[in-house]
Structure formats: structure tokens, C-alpha cells
Design a protein around this ligand. Structure first.
Ligand code: G4P
Length: 288
């Protein structure tokens, strides 16, 4: 995988310090992660910062994830005393449930404000998470319109604004962008597959072939059915995995003139199939 996919320590420090500075303005933090990779799509540094704050971990893109494993993640968070919720940001019902949960958690703060004479004060929330976990989609859905978010780029300094969700809720314009934990080969692979790391900076064929190999171990039927390839005999055999990849590419018509397999076109097709859920509802990480 390209060495360009890297940790950005400068941006990361900046993002964390922007979040720290702004925590005092909000009642609740919505931390988004990708329900297909709840471990790799969360930033471990964030936990230390927002530990004391009201918080909901949103396992977003739940419509693309394996519902049983999503349930297991939520149970694990709840056992740790952390509130968590599965969300499809494009589903109005899910967004309403999220809003209600946010209001419910913040009710004691609003009651306190009301007792001091600040009746009708809105809930103030911040949405944070690594790129591509659906922060903008959630903010837009909560506000019921396209909100211009200025902070969704690394290293951008600016003053913040509130986006109004309703009379009862305001959302903080996004603070600095967090970067994922790119620690292991597994982290990098699943982040690239999910789209958190841009395809342009990854070796697409590597991501697709390794992705196919990995998914074959977790959901063997999904791969054999969709790509009409034989069952896996030895999951560790890289030659067999590569042969299956080529065979799947051929079955999908990814062939160049002269009969050579168009590995790149199939890589793009496979990654797109995964990202849009066409292979099936897949989760690549289970709770430990
Ligand atoms: P970000 O601000 O955290 O970077 O993420 P953003 O909201 O831009 O979402 C990243 C991509 O994920 C978008 O797709 C968005 O539509 C999609 N998405 C967000 N939430 C969900 C969800 O709950 N379920 C599903 N299936 N998709 C979700 P895109 O193709 O990059 O952009 P677009 O063409 O949809 O605009």
C-alpha cells in the first residue's frame, strides 16, 4: 500500500486541540464511526478527550453492516457504560431516533438551565469522527437541509458557527478532522476498502484482492455467489486467493483486448460493490 497513506501528526494535533477548545460550548458529542469497521474507524485519542462529556457513538452506515455484529458492538459499548446507536443517516426514522436520544440525554442540562431562567435553551451538539463516516450526512439530516460545513478539511483554521437543527437543537460546525488509527495492515486495508482512505492514494488492486480474500473468510457464500468463484480451499494460500480474484474478474467481464484480465477495472468494481453493499451486509471487525 502506498506510503502516502500516513498518519498526519500535525493535522491530528490541531484537530484534537480544536475539539478540546470547543468542548465547553456543547452539551453532547456525537462520535461517528463506520458500522462495518467500528474499531478502525474510531480515533483512540478522542476517547480520552471526551470521556467526561455526554456522548453517543453512532455506528453509521448500519444499513451496509451485518446487523448481528452491529448489535454485538452496541452491547459491548453499553457494557462499558458508553451510549451507542446504529444509524443509517439516509433513514429519516433513524435520524429522529438519534435526535430524541440526544435530547433525552441532555434533558438534565436543559432543566438546570431552565431553573436559572434560561427557558427553551437548545441542546448544543458537536459531531466528530474520521473522514467518510457520515458526519456531513448526519448534520444535513438533523438540520433537514444542506449545511455548508467549513471544517471538513484538515488544517483549516476558522471561527465556528452553529447550524440550527430546530428550535430545540443546534449543531456546531465541524471541528478539525480526525484521522483514523492507521496502526496495522488490517486497519489500513479496511479503511481503504470502506472509503475512509481515498482510493487515489492506495493500490486498488491490492485493496480489492486482499479485501476479497478477507471477506471470503468472513462471508464465504457472499463471494462465491456474487462472483461465481469456487469455494476457498486454503484461506492462507495467496496463490489461490489471486486465482479466485482473476476468476471473479473474468466472470464480471473485466477483460482487455488480447484476453488479459483487467485487474484494475475489477478492483474498482469490487470496491464499489463493497462500499454500496451489493456484496451483502458485511462487517469486517467484531468486538473483542
Ligand atoms: P464525512 O462528512 O464524515 O466525511 O462523510 P459524508 O457525510 O460525506 O459521507 C461519506 C459518504 O458516505 C457519502 O457518500 C454519503 O452519502 C455516505 N453515507 C453517509 N452516511 C451513510 C449511511 O448511513 N448509509 C449509507 N449507505 N451511506 C452513507 P458518497 O458516495 O461519498 O457521496 P454522495 O455521492 O452520497 O454525496
Amino acid at each position: 500500500m502506498s506510503s502516502e497513506i500516513n498518519w498526519f501528526p500535525g493535522h491530528m494535533r490541531k484537530a484534537l486541540s480544536e475539539i478540546t477548545d470547543r468542548l465547553k460550548w456543547v452539551d453532547i458529542v456525537i462520535e461517528t464511526c463506520d458500522a462495518r469497521i467500528p474499531f478502525s474507524s474510531r480515533n483512540p485519542e478522542l476517547h480520552k478527550l471526551i470521556n467526561e462529556k455526554n456522548r453517543i457513538i453512532v455506528l453509521n452506515k448500519a444499513d451496509l453492516a451485518d446487523p448481528h455484529i452491529t448489535g454485538a458492538w452496541i452491547s459491548q459499548y453499553e457494557a462499558q457504560g458508553i451510549k451507542a446507536m446504529a444509524v443509517d443517516a439516509n433513514n429519516k426514522g433513524d435520524i429522529q431516533r438519534l435526535k430524541k436520544k440526544m435530547e433525552h440525554i441532555c434533558q438534565p442540562i436543559l432543566d438546570k438551565a431552565a431553573a436559572r431562567g434560561r427557558i427553551g435553551r437548545p441542546v448544543r451538539a458537536m459531531v466528530v469522527g474520521i473522514p467518510n463516516t457520515g458526519k456531513s450526512t448526519i448534520i444535513n439530516a438533523l438540520c433537514n437541509r444542506k449545511v455548508v460545513i467549513t471544517g471538513n478539511r484538515p488544517g483549516v483554521t476558522r471561527s465556528f458557527q452553529w447550524a440550527k437543527s430546530s428550535d430545540s437543537m443546534e449543531l456546531m460546525d465541524m471541528p478539525g478532522v480526525l484521522w483514523p488509527n492507521l496502526g496495522s495492515k488490517h486497519n489500513k486495508l479496511v479503511l481503504a476498502l470502506s472509503g475512509a482512505i481515498k482510493t487515489e492514494v492506495t493500490d486498488m488492486i491490492f485493496v480489492a484482492s486482499e479485501g476479497m480474500k478477507y471477506i471470503s473468510t468472513l462471508y464465504p457464500d457472499y463471494i462465491t455467489t456474487r462472483y461465481q468463484v469456487p469455494d476457498v480451499i486454503d484461506a492462507e494460500d495467496i496463490n489461490e486467493a489471486y486465482e479466485r480474484y482473476l476468476s471473479a474478474a473474468k466472470k464480471k467481464g473485466c477483460i482487455l483486448s488480447g484476453g488479459r484480465i483487467d485487474e484494475e477495472r475489477f478492483a474498482s468494481l469490487f470496491i464499489d460493490d463493497f462500499r454500496t453493499g451489493r456484496i451483502g451486509r458485511i462487517t469486517l471487525e467484531v468486538p473483542k
